[in-house]
Design a protein around this ligand. Sequence first.
Ligand code: ADP
Ligand code: MG
Length: 269
Amino acid sequence: MSATTAPAAAAPVAPATGGHVEVHGVHKSYGTLEVLAGVDLEIRPGEVTVVIGPSGSGKSTLLRVINHLEKVDRGFVAIDDALIGYSRRGDTLRELKEKQILRQRTQIGFVFQSFNLFPHLTALENVVEAPVSAQGRRRSEVEPEARALLARVGLADKADARPRQLSGGQQQRVAIARALATRPKVLLFDEPTSALDPELVGEVLDVIKDLARGGTTMLVVTHEIGFAREIADQVVFMDAGRIVEQGPPADVLDRPQHARTRAFLEKVL
Ligand code: ADP
Ligand code: MG
């Protein structure tokens, strides 16, 4: 190494570039119920895709298969050309070991409707946990980043609070900081504001908008249509396990081509 080599830059608290997500021919059934009936979706690096659709249409299942929280029956998910949950040898796919899956999941931040914070851990400990336990990073290195992430979501002063001492909006912001802590390439949000009192929705949407501007690849399931119009590069309408319509927000939300999309939008707008 030459003496003129620049020192490594300080670790960023969020990824500089997002990953490229490919969902290809994905089928998923529970018993006889086909929940994903052949889903193809591409999200280009740094783009924000908003998924809308009626309850039971398969939106959460789509997010969960991307994260390998659910296994696909057919098809595959890849991020930056790496298969999620499997390794390929010739024509055969082999499921990764649990530890490898956990490690792979650190590339994908997941924010749940119900926050899902560890109730016995402080806000700071919630954010520190995955980088240390799943990525094997040193706590001393992770902690300053975790504090910076809490500051980024407006909670610098809540590092030592436990979830029950926080409002729903604050808990969800901790959950977002936690999702960012592993420096994921992709962020998945499953109705992140649906469990919040109406007056707390805005503070969470503001944080997500801020992230959307930062170049992270995002997939957001939401019923907040105004928000979708603001942040989405593409909007996807799902019904009965299929993508019925997709395109720029101005097309899908304002000039929907399909009767089912129109019927859905009339209900939620
Ligand atoms: P959405 O998020 O669009 O409301 P989901 O993906 O949660 O839809 O669910 C789609 C369908 O799959 C629903 O009918 C739901 O009841 C069913 N489903 C989801 N998860 C399971 C499961 N683990 N076992 C059985 N059925 C499930
Ligand atoms: Mg859902």
